[in-house]
Design a protein around this ligand. Structure first.
Ligand code: BT5
Length: 322
Protein backbone atom coordinates (compact mmCIF):
# COMPACT_ATOMS: atom_id res chain seq x y z
CA UNK A 1 0.00 0.00 0.00
CA UNK A 2 2.88 2.31 0.91
CA UNK A 3 4.44 1.90 -2.55
CA UNK A 4 1.07 2.54 -4.25
CA UNK A 5 0.49 5.78 -2.35
CA UNK A 6 4.02 6.99 -3.12
CA UNK A 7 3.50 6.18 -6.76
CA UNK A 8 0.22 8.18 -6.85
CA UNK A 9 1.85 11.14 -5.10
CA UNK A 10 4.78 11.01 -7.52
CA UNK A 11 2.60 10.83 -10.58
CA UNK A 12 0.80 14.02 -9.46
CA UNK A 13 3.90 15.83 -8.21
CA UNK A 14 4.46 18.80 -8.06
CA UNK A 15 0.65 19.06 -7.97
CA UNK A 16 -1.84 17.79 -5.40
CA UNK A 17 -3.96 14.65 -5.34
CA UNK A 18 -7.02 14.60 -3.13
CA UNK A 19 -7.49 12.17 -0.27
CA UNK A 20 -10.78 11.19 -1.87
CA UNK A 21 -9.10 10.24 -5.15
CA UNK A 22 -6.44 8.18 -3.39
CA UNK A 23 -9.08 6.42 -1.32
CA UNK A 24 -11.23 5.56 -4.33
CA UNK A 25 -8.29 4.36 -6.50
CA UNK A 26 -6.90 2.16 -3.72
CA UNK A 27 -10.23 1.12 -2.20
CA UNK A 28 -9.37 2.26 1.33
CA UNK A 29 -11.00 4.81 3.64
CA UNK A 30 -9.82 8.42 3.79
CA UNK A 31 -8.76 7.86 7.40
CA UNK A 32 -6.59 4.96 6.23
CA UNK A 33 -5.06 7.24 3.58
CA UNK A 34 -4.28 9.81 6.25
CA UNK A 35 -2.66 7.16 8.47
CA UNK A 36 -0.45 5.97 5.59
CA UNK A 37 0.56 9.56 4.86
CA UNK A 38 1.56 9.98 8.51
CA UNK A 39 3.71 6.84 8.31
CA UNK A 40 5.38 8.09 5.14
CA UNK A 41 6.19 11.34 6.91
CA UNK A 42 7.74 9.32 9.74
CA UNK A 43 9.87 7.60 7.08
CA UNK A 44 11.22 10.95 5.90
CA UNK A 45 8.81 11.81 3.05
CA UNK A 46 7.96 15.53 2.99
CA UNK A 47 4.26 15.68 2.16
CA UNK A 48 2.21 18.85 2.26
CA UNK A 49 -1.49 18.56 2.97
CA UNK A 50 -4.24 21.02 2.32
CA UNK A 51 -7.75 20.54 3.64
CA UNK A 52 -9.53 21.00 0.30
CA UNK A 53 -6.99 19.99 -2.35
CA UNK A 54 -5.31 17.02 -0.73
CA UNK A 55 -1.70 15.89 -0.58
CA UNK A 56 1.46 16.93 -2.43
CA UNK A 57 4.86 15.22 -2.38
CA UNK A 58 7.52 17.85 -1.79
CA UNK A 59 10.52 15.54 -1.41
CA UNK A 60 11.28 11.86 -1.07
CA UNK A 61 14.06 10.97 1.38
CA UNK A 62 17.44 9.75 0.07
CA UNK A 63 16.84 6.36 1.66
CA UNK A 64 17.52 3.09 -0.10
CA UNK A 65 14.01 1.69 0.23
CA UNK A 66 12.97 -1.09 -2.15
CA UNK A 67 9.96 0.87 -3.44
CA UNK A 68 12.25 3.80 -4.35
CA UNK A 69 14.78 1.53 -6.06
CA UNK A 70 12.12 -0.35 -8.05
CA UNK A 71 11.57 2.69 -10.21
CA UNK A 72 15.07 2.26 -11.69
CA UNK A 73 15.54 -1.51 -11.55
CA UNK A 74 15.69 -3.57 -14.74
CA UNK A 75 17.35 -6.66 -13.34
CA UNK A 76 16.07 -10.23 -13.59
CA UNK A 77 17.82 -11.86 -10.63
CA UNK A 78 19.87 -9.38 -8.64
CA UNK A 79 17.86 -7.14 -6.30
CA UNK A 80 14.41 -8.54 -6.96
CA UNK A 81 14.29 -8.71 -3.19
CA UNK A 82 15.94 -5.95 -1.16
CA UNK A 83 16.28 -6.10 2.60
CA UNK A 84 16.78 -2.64 4.05
CA UNK A 85 18.25 -1.94 7.50
CA UNK A 86 19.22 1.30 9.22
CA UNK A 87 22.14 -0.22 11.16
CA UNK A 88 23.81 -3.64 11.08
CA UNK A 89 27.21 -4.90 12.16
CA UNK A 90 28.07 -6.12 8.64
CA UNK A 91 25.77 -6.66 5.65
CA UNK A 92 27.95 -9.66 4.68
CA UNK A 93 27.24 -11.20 8.08
CA UNK A 94 23.49 -10.57 7.81
CA UNK A 95 23.53 -11.93 4.23
CA UNK A 96 25.25 -15.11 5.43
CA UNK A 97 22.63 -15.65 8.12
CA UNK A 98 19.86 -15.11 5.58
CA UNK A 99 21.52 -17.43 3.04
CA UNK A 100 21.76 -20.14 5.72
CA UNK A 101 18.02 -19.81 6.23
CA UNK A 102 17.38 -20.20 2.50
CA UNK A 103 17.13 -16.62 1.19
CA UNK A 104 16.66 -16.63 -2.56
CA UNK A 105 19.41 -15.97 -5.09
CA UNK A 106 19.87 -12.29 -5.88
CA UNK A 107 18.63 -11.04 -2.49
CA UNK A 108 20.39 -7.79 -1.58
CA UNK A 109 20.94 -6.64 2.00
CA UNK A 110 21.62 -2.95 2.34
CA UNK A 111 22.29 -0.81 5.40
CA UNK A 112 22.64 2.89 6.00
CA UNK A 113 25.39 2.17 8.52
CA UNK A 114 27.67 -0.72 9.48
CA UNK A 115 29.17 -0.84 12.94
CA UNK A 116 31.66 -3.60 12.05
CA UNK A 117 31.95 -3.48 8.25
CA UNK A 118 34.42 -6.11 7.07
CA UNK A 119 37.39 -5.84 4.75
CA UNK A 120 39.56 -8.80 3.79
CA UNK A 121 41.70 -10.72 6.31
CA UNK A 122 39.96 -9.33 9.36
CA UNK A 123 40.41 -5.70 8.35
CA UNK A 124 37.66 -3.18 8.98
CA UNK A 125 35.59 -1.26 6.45
CA UNK A 126 34.60 2.20 7.64
CA UNK A 127 30.87 2.58 6.92
CA UNK A 128 29.31 5.68 8.51
CA UNK A 129 25.54 6.34 8.34
CA UNK A 130 24.21 7.66 5.05
CA UNK A 131 27.67 8.35 3.58
CA UNK A 132 27.95 5.42 1.23
CA UNK A 133 26.42 2.33 -0.27
CA UNK A 134 27.10 -0.67 1.95
CA UNK A 135 25.43 -3.80 0.60
CA UNK A 136 25.75 -7.54 0.02
CA UNK A 137 24.34 -9.83 -2.65
CA UNK A 138 23.47 -13.51 -2.11
CA UNK A 139 24.39 -15.76 -5.07
CA UNK A 140 23.68 -19.45 -5.48
CA UNK A 141 25.21 -20.30 -8.83
CA UNK A 142 26.44 -23.84 -9.40
CA UNK A 143 30.15 -23.10 -9.58
CA UNK A 144 33.20 -24.80 -8.15
CA UNK A 145 34.99 -23.18 -5.20
CA UNK A 146 37.99 -22.56 -7.48
CA UNK A 147 35.84 -20.24 -9.60
CA UNK A 148 34.64 -18.14 -6.66
CA UNK A 149 37.42 -15.48 -6.89
CA UNK A 150 36.14 -14.66 -10.38
CA UNK A 151 33.02 -13.21 -8.77
CA UNK A 152 35.11 -10.41 -7.23
CA UNK A 153 36.24 -9.49 -10.74
CA UNK A 154 32.65 -9.61 -12.03
CA UNK A 155 31.57 -7.28 -9.22
CA UNK A 156 34.52 -4.95 -9.86
CA UNK A 157 33.48 -4.63 -13.52
CA UNK A 158 29.87 -3.89 -12.50
CA UNK A 159 30.94 -1.15 -10.09
CA UNK A 160 33.59 0.39 -12.36
CA UNK A 161 31.29 0.32 -15.39
CA UNK A 162 28.55 2.12 -13.45
CA UNK A 163 30.90 4.78 -12.13
CA UNK A 164 32.37 5.38 -15.58
CA UNK A 165 28.85 5.64 -17.05
CA UNK A 166 28.20 8.56 -14.73
CA UNK A 167 31.49 10.19 -15.66
CA UNK A 168 33.78 9.15 -12.80
CA UNK A 169 36.94 7.74 -14.42
CA UNK A 170 37.75 4.96 -11.96
CA UNK A 171 40.21 2.12 -12.43
CA UNK A 172 40.27 -1.38 -10.98
CA UNK A 173 43.21 -2.50 -8.87
CA UNK A 174 43.52 -6.28 -8.66
CA UNK A 175 41.67 -7.95 -7.11
CA UNK A 176 39.08 -5.87 -5.25
CA UNK A 177 39.75 -2.15 -5.22
CA UNK A 178 38.07 0.59 -7.22
CA UNK A 179 40.43 3.51 -7.31
CA UNK A 180 40.56 7.03 -8.53
CA UNK A 181 43.90 8.84 -8.53
CA UNK A 182 45.27 5.90 -6.52
CA UNK A 183 42.73 6.47 -3.73
CA UNK A 184 40.12 3.92 -2.78
CA UNK A 185 36.54 4.74 -3.74
CA UNK A 186 35.11 1.25 -3.31
CA UNK A 187 36.04 -2.21 -2.09
CA UNK A 188 34.63 -5.69 -2.61
CA UNK A 189 34.62 -8.64 -0.24
CA UNK A 190 33.51 -12.00 -1.66
CA UNK A 191 32.91 -14.77 0.86
CA UNK A 192 31.68 -18.28 0.27
CA UNK A 193 30.16 -21.27 1.94
CA UNK A 194 31.28 -24.38 0.09
CA UNK A 195 31.94 -28.07 0.15
CA UNK A 196 35.05 -29.50 -1.43
CA UNK A 197 33.66 -29.38 -4.99
CA UNK A 198 30.53 -27.27 -4.74
CA UNK A 199 29.69 -23.74 -3.69
CA UNK A 200 26.55 -23.55 -1.55
CA UNK A 201 26.35 -19.80 -1.71
CA UNK A 202 28.49 -16.75 -2.29
CA UNK A 203 28.15 -13.38 -0.62
CA UNK A 204 29.45 -10.45 -2.64
CA UNK A 205 29.81 -7.41 -0.36
CA UNK A 206 30.34 -4.02 -1.92
CA UNK A 207 31.20 -0.76 -0.16
CA UNK A 208 31.20 2.52 -2.09
CA UNK A 209 32.00 5.89 -0.56
CA UNK A 210 29.47 8.48 -1.65
CA UNK A 211 30.19 11.45 0.60
CA UNK A 212 32.62 10.67 3.41
CA UNK A 213 32.53 13.45 5.96
CA UNK A 214 36.11 14.63 6.55
CA UNK A 215 35.36 15.69 10.13
CA UNK A 216 34.76 12.16 11.37
CA UNK A 217 37.25 10.27 9.19
CA UNK A 218 39.94 8.39 11.07
CA UNK A 219 43.40 9.48 9.85
CA UNK A 220 44.28 6.07 8.45
CA UNK A 221 41.17 6.13 6.23
CA UNK A 222 41.53 9.80 5.26
CA UNK A 223 44.97 9.08 3.83
CA UNK A 224 43.78 6.29 1.49
CA UNK A 225 40.11 6.96 0.76
CA UNK A 226 38.10 9.16 -1.56
CA UNK A 227 34.40 9.47 -2.32
CA UNK A 228 32.16 10.00 -5.34
CA UNK A 229 31.08 13.46 -4.25
CA UNK A 230 34.58 14.77 -4.95
CA UNK A 231 34.20 13.88 -8.63
CA UNK A 232 30.50 14.30 -9.42
CA UNK A 233 29.04 17.67 -10.16
CA UNK A 234 25.48 18.41 -9.12
CA UNK A 235 25.10 15.82 -6.36
CA UNK A 236 24.59 12.10 -6.42
CA UNK A 237 21.45 10.05 -6.08
CA UNK A 238 22.46 7.00 -4.06
CA UNK A 239 19.33 5.25 -5.27
CA UNK A 240 20.21 5.66 -8.94
CA UNK A 241 23.82 4.59 -8.40
CA UNK A 242 22.74 1.50 -6.48
CA UNK A 243 20.06 0.56 -9.03
CA UNK A 244 22.53 0.97 -11.85
CA UNK A 245 25.17 -1.22 -10.15
CA UNK A 246 22.57 -3.92 -9.51
CA UNK A 247 21.37 -3.73 -13.14
CA UNK A 248 24.94 -3.95 -14.46
CA UNK A 249 25.78 -6.76 -12.04
CA UNK A 250 22.66 -8.61 -13.15
CA UNK A 251 23.67 -8.63 -16.83
CA UNK A 252 27.28 -9.52 -16.04
CA UNK A 253 26.17 -12.30 -13.70
CA UNK A 254 24.00 -13.82 -16.40
CA UNK A 255 26.91 -13.57 -18.83
CA UNK A 256 29.15 -15.25 -16.23
CA UNK A 257 26.75 -18.12 -15.53
CA UNK A 258 26.36 -18.81 -19.25
CA UNK A 259 30.09 -19.16 -19.82
CA UNK A 260 30.95 -15.59 -20.75
CA UNK A 261 33.73 -14.91 -18.27
CA UNK A 262 36.33 -14.17 -20.96
CA UNK A 263 34.35 -11.12 -22.18
CA UNK A 264 34.06 -9.89 -18.61
CA UNK A 265 37.78 -10.39 -18.18
CA UNK A 266 38.41 -8.25 -21.25
CA UNK A 267 36.34 -5.44 -19.72
CA UNK A 268 38.23 -5.90 -16.46
CA UNK A 269 41.56 -5.58 -18.30
CA UNK A 270 40.36 -2.45 -20.14
CA UNK A 271 39.63 -0.76 -16.80
CA UNK A 272 42.63 -2.14 -14.92
CA UNK A 273 45.23 0.09 -13.28
CA UNK A 274 47.32 -2.91 -12.24
CA UNK A 275 48.36 -4.38 -15.58
CA UNK A 276 51.66 -3.27 -17.07
CA UNK A 277 52.66 -1.69 -13.78
CA UNK A 278 55.47 -2.57 -11.41
CA UNK A 279 53.88 -4.02 -8.30
CA UNK A 280 54.80 -5.38 -4.92
CA UNK A 281 52.63 -8.30 -3.81
CA UNK A 282 52.18 -9.54 -0.27
CA UNK A 283 50.70 -13.02 -0.34
CA UNK A 284 50.77 -15.78 2.27
CA UNK A 285 53.59 -14.14 4.21
CA UNK A 286 55.80 -13.63 1.13
CA UNK A 287 56.66 -10.49 -0.77
CA UNK A 288 57.31 -10.47 -4.52
CA UNK A 289 58.12 -7.59 -6.79
CA UNK A 290 57.94 -7.36 -10.56
CA UNK A 291 55.76 -6.49 -13.52
CA UNK A 292 52.03 -7.34 -13.38
CA UNK A 293 51.62 -8.37 -16.97
CA UNK A 294 48.40 -10.37 -17.24
CA UNK A 295 45.33 -11.85 -15.60
CA UNK A 296 44.59 -15.42 -16.58
CA UNK A 297 41.25 -17.17 -17.21
CA UNK A 298 40.94 -17.96 -13.48
CA UNK A 299 41.33 -14.32 -12.49
CA UNK A 300 44.87 -14.92 -11.16
CA UNK A 301 47.45 -12.16 -11.52
CA UNK A 302 50.51 -13.13 -13.57
CA UNK A 303 53.67 -11.55 -12.27
CA UNK A 304 56.96 -11.41 -14.13
CA UNK A 305 59.52 -11.23 -11.35
CA UNK A 306 62.74 -9.29 -11.68
CA UNK A 307 64.72 -12.51 -12.04
CA UNK A 308 62.61 -13.35 -15.09
CA UNK A 309 60.52 -16.08 -13.46
CA UNK A 310 56.73 -16.06 -13.82
CA UNK A 311 54.48 -16.32 -10.77
CA UNK A 312 50.75 -16.87 -10.68
CA UNK A 313 49.04 -15.14 -7.73
CA UNK A 314 45.50 -16.11 -6.76
CA UNK A 315 45.08 -13.79 -3.81
CA UNK A 316 47.16 -11.12 -2.15
CA UNK A 317 47.74 -7.49 -1.45
CA UNK A 318 49.10 -5.39 -4.29
CA UNK A 319 50.85 -2.06 -3.99
CA UNK A 320 51.47 -0.14 -7.18
CA UNK A 321 55.06 1.07 -7.64
CA UNK A 322 56.17 3.97 -9.75
C1 BT5 B 1 37.94 -4.36 1.05
O1 BT5 B 1 38.83 -4.93 1.91
O2 BT5 B 1 38.20 -3.45 0.30
C2 BT5 B 1 36.56 -4.94 1.10
C3 BT5 B 1 35.55 -3.94 1.56
C4 BT5 B 1 34.14 -4.49 1.48
C5 BT5 B 1 33.15 -3.63 2.23
C6 BT5 B 1 31.75 -4.07 2.03
S1 BT5 B 1 30.60 -2.94 2.66
C7 BT5 B 1 29.30 -4.05 2.46
C8 BT5 B 1 29.84 -5.43 2.80
N1 BT5 B 1 29.67 -5.75 4.20
C9 BT5 B 1 30.86 -5.83 4.83
O3 BT5 B 1 30.99 -6.08 6.05
N2 BT5 B 1 31.86 -5.63 3.94
C10 BT5 B 1 31.36 -5.42 2.62
P1 BT5 B 1 40.39 -4.67 1.95
O4 BT5 B 1 40.97 -4.81 0.59
O5 BT5 B 1 40.88 -5.57 3.03
O6 BT5 B 1 40.52 -3.16 2.38
C11 BT5 B 1 40.36 -2.76 3.72
C12 BT5 B 1 41.20 -1.51 3.93
O7 BT5 B 1 40.62 -0.41 3.20
C13 BT5 B 1 41.24 -1.05 5.37
O8 BT5 B 1 42.29 -1.66 6.08
C14 BT5 B 1 41.46 0.47 5.24
O9 BT5 B 1 42.82 0.75 5.01
C15 BT5 B 1 40.72 0.79 3.94
N3 BT5 B 1 39.37 1.29 4.19
C16 BT5 B 1 38.52 1.01 5.21
N4 BT5 B 1 37.34 1.63 5.06
C17 BT5 B 1 37.45 2.35 3.91
C18 BT5 B 1 36.57 3.20 3.21
N5 BT5 B 1 35.32 3.48 3.62
N6 BT5 B 1 37.05 3.75 2.06
C19 BT5 B 1 38.28 3.51 1.60
N7 BT5 B 1 39.15 2.72 2.22
C20 BT5 B 1 38.74 2.13 3.37
Amino acid sequence: MKAKIISLLKSHSPGYISGEEISSILGISRTAVWKHIQKLRDNGYQIESHSRIGYRLVQAPDKLYQHELNEYMKSKIIGRKIVYREVVDSTNKVAKEMAQKGAEEGTVIIAEEQTAGKGRLGRLWFSPAGQGLWFSIILRSQISPADAPKMTLVAAVAVARTLREIGIPVGIKWPNDILIRERKLAGILTEMNAEIDKVNYLIVGIGINISLNGDVLPDEIASVATSMEEYAEGGISRIRVLASILNNFDSLYQEFTTGGFSNILDSWKDMSVTLNRRVKIHALGKIDEGLAFDIDEDGALILKKDDGTIKRVLSGEVSLRT
